[in-house]
Design a binder for this molecule. Structure first.
Ligand SMILES: Nc1nc2c(ncn2[C@@H]2O[C@H](COP(=O)(O)OP(=O)(O)O)[C@@H](O)[C@H]2O)c(=O)[nH]1
Ligand SMILES: [Mg+2]
Length: 339
């Protein structure tokens, strides 16, 4: 019974994929939702999605909350649209489940784009995503990559390791800083100096913008940037709210896309990025599994031991990972079967 059911819904998802690839925004949206929720047939359709991927240029835009990423993403998308390209935006905001309002705010600001059939906007949150944000985001980007978008822009809040990992989805990573947030360079504080292919100092309409740009430039010249042997990481200035510097940013993205295609380091870079992506997802999957009582029957006893200081958290982690049972049923092979 399950197999028949799965096969029917799987066929529905394949139909969605065809319609998404033909440019249907609702189909694209439904497909991402189904994949995110791991609906029956989702893994099988993801195999198809991956087989078709590679056509989009994925750009990550990261930086501290409030630095203007959403505003910049919106005006950048408008600029790329004006050049005739189709643009998909994935806004990742892990804090949204706490604030509730952040995503709504982004949506409203991006409203100017949503009536354009050449633009797709999707907000991700951990709510409703099985397995975690890195996995859900990777899958959403894969769907967009497979359905004819020229650009996929992923906006992430640049705080913490998870966001750095999500940034690894991108072939071009843009790190956004703003003037006047104290003496420290924000990109360094957030561990984002190394991942940047392009630095943007946004809000150049504010005082101290030049100082921030100069500080960033001098940091970049302190040593060779890993992974950028033949790409000079530029430091651009923008005022997203005034639409200034956006053409230059689009030009640089086009240049980086071309550089990437012709780069001798491309293969190595893509292997590194693929490993980072797999590791990010693996971390989420393992964390989820060792926290599930069905997978770890001795979870409570282990927690007691840690709380009583009889076991270190590190030893507990090793123990729970070692004791993970084989999965009871292989959903993937069931779905393969259903194709
Ligand atoms: N002065 C100034 N404000 C900006 C600029 N870009 C964005 N903002 C404002 O900064 C605030 C945060 O912007 P938002 O795009 O939501 O930042 P995000 O949290 O990084 O996505 C909003 O009030 C924007 O209007 C800019 O270039 N100059
Ligand atoms: Mg935002």
């Amino acid at each position: 019974v399950t197999t028949v059911d799965t096969s029917e819904r799987g066929a529905g998802l394949l139909d969605l994929l065809e319609r998404a690839a033909a440019g249907s925004i609702p189909a694209t949206s439904q497909l991402i939702t189904a994949v995110e929720a791991r609906s029956p047939g989702a893994l099988a359709v993801l195999d198809r999605v991956y087989a078709r991927g590679g056509g989009a240029h994925v750009v990550g835009i990261t930086g501290a909350p409030g630095s203007g990423k959403s505003t910049l993403t919106t005006v950048l998308a408008q600029e790329l649209r004006a050049r005739g390209d189709r643009v998909a935006i994935v806004a990742v905001d892990p804090s949204s489940s706490l604030t509730g309002g952040a995503i709504l705010g982004d949506r409203i600001r991006m409203t100017s784009l949503v009536l354009d059939p050449g633009v797709f906007v999707r907000s991700m949150s951990t709510r409703g995503a099985l397995g975690g944000l890195a996995r859900a985001t990777t899958d959403a980007v894969a769907v967009l990559d497979a359905t004819g978008w020229d650009w996929v822009i992923v906006e992430t809040v640049g705080v913490g390791q998870a966001e750095v990992e999500i940034a690894q989805l991108a072939r071009t990573t843009v790190v956004v800083s703003v003037p006047g947030l104290g003496d420290d360079i924000q990109a360094i504080k957030a561990g984002l100096l190394e991942v940047a292919d392009v630095h943007v100092v946004n809000k150049i309409d504010r005082p101290d913008a030049n100082r921030t740009r100069k500080e960033l430039l001098s940091m970049l010249h302190l040593g060779p940037m890993p992974g950028s042997e033949d790409w000079q990481v530029p430091v651009l200035g923008t005022s997203a709210s005034r639409g200034e510097g956006v053409e230059e940013l689009a030009d640089v993205l086009v240049k980086h896309r071309e550089w990437h295609l012709g780069s001798p380091r491309r293969a190595a870079r893509e292997r590194e990025a693929a490993l980072a992506r797999i590791q990010a997802i693996a971390k989420e999957l393992v964390a989820e599994r060792i926290g599930s009582p069905s997978a770890a029957p001795d979870l409570e006893a282990t927690l007691d031991a840690v709380l009583a200081h009889r076991l270190t958290p590190a030893a507990a982690a090793e123990l729970l990972i070692d004791r993970l049972p084989d999965r009871p049923s292989d959903h993937r092979s069931i779905e393969r079967h259903a194709r």
